[in-house]
Ligand binder design. Sequence first.
Ligand code: AMP
Ligand code: MG
Length: 402
Amino acid sequence: MITIEEARRIILSAIHPLGGEEVPLLQALGRVAAEDVVSPWDIPGADHSAMDGYAFAFASLSAGPLAVCDVIHAGASRDEPVPKGCAVKIMTGAPIPPGCDTVVPVEDVRLERERIFLRGEVRLGDHIRRRGEDVTAGARVIPAGALLRPQEIGMLSSLGRTAAQVFRRARCGVLSTGDELLQPGSIPQPGKIINSNSYSIAAQLLEAGGEPVMLGIARDDREETRRKIGEGLQADLLITTGGVSVGDRDFVREALLDLGGEIRFWKVAMKPGKPVAFAMVRGKPVFALPGNPVAAMVAFEQFVRPALLTLMGHTQILRPVVRGVLTEPVRNRGERPHLVRVAVRLAEGRYQVAATGEQGSARLSSLTSGNGLVKLPPDTALAAGSEVEVQLLDRHFEMGAP
Ligand code: AMP
Ligand code: MG
C-alpha cells in the first residue's frame, strides 16, 4: 500500500493550473494573480506632506520666524513658488509646493500673529513622502502566482485597476453513492442515514476557494454510478464518496474503468481513509473518497485540497504544520499511520494538543470538536508532554493566558 506522501506525489504530478480570467477587483480576493502586475506610475505621484503642518524652505529658517502666506488642503495643489521668508499651511497628502523642502507638524509650532515659531529641532526634508517612495513607475508590484489578500487588492486599486487577471476557480463535481442515503431534510429511517458527505465535502471545497457542483446521490448500481460520474466529468475535478471499498455493491472503481479511466492508485496506508482511489478519466482528475464521513473529510484534506489549490494557481498548498505538546497520551496499535483528530489550544505561548476522544471513522464529532490532525506512526505510544507535529486544519483555537 502506498503512503500518503506517495499518493500526493502521484496526484500532483497529474495536476496543472487551470487558465486565467479577468474578474472585478473585489472578486479577486483570495485568488491567485495570473499576471505580473506592473505599476503605470509613481506612488506617491509627487512629493507630499506626511503631516498636517507647515511647509517652507529649510534655508529660510535662519532669517527668523516665517510668515504663513497660504494654505493647501488635501486634494488641492499650488504651482506658484512660495516666496522666501514664507511658510504655507499644508494638510497630509497635499503636494509640497515649489520653493519648499521641509514640513513641520502643527503640534510642533506656535502660531503668533500669522507667524510660526518652531518648538523643537527641524531637519531638512522632514515629514515629506517622496515621489515614488512606495512604488516606482514600471516596478513589478505583484508577481504572478501571488495570493491576492486585502493589501494586494488595495495596491491594485492604487494602480488604477478595477479588475485583475487571476487563475480560474475550479468547478468541482460532488457525488455521493449509496442506497442507504437520504438527503438532508429527510427523517432518518431504519437502515438509512442522511447524506452528510456531499455537504462536508462541498464546504471543504468552498473553504478552499473551489466551486462545488452538487451532483446528488448515485444509487449502488453500476450503470447509474457510471452515468452520474460521466455527468460529473464536465467539471474540472470530480469527487465521489463511498462505494470504493470491497463491498458487493461498491461500483465506483468499475464505473471509472467503464468510462475509460486510468486508476493511478487505490488504497493508501492511512487510517481513516484507506479505501481511496485517484483516477484520470477523460483528462479530468477524479477522487473516489471513502464513504465514512471522517475518512472522506480527512482524505479530502490530504489529497483533494492540495490538488484543488494547484489547479487554482496556489503554490502554498499544504496546511501549516506546527509543533505542539500532548496534554494526554496517544497510542496507535494499528499497522497504518493514524491521523488522530486533535484539538489545539494556544496557552502560555505553546500549542497544547489533545485527541478529540473516540476516533471512529464514522464519528463526525471527532472532527467537530477539533481543529488538527496528528500523524501517529504504526505501533506507537506517546506519553503526555511529548512533542508532536500538528497539521492545523484551521486557526480557530482556544487561546489560553498569554
Ligand atoms: P461505503 O464505503 O460506501 O460502504 O460507505 C462506508 C460507510 O460510510 C457506510 O456506513 C455508509 O453508510 C457511510 N456513508 C457513505 N456515504 C455517505 C454519505 N454520503 N454521507 C454519510 N455517510 C455515508
Ligand atoms: Mg456504499
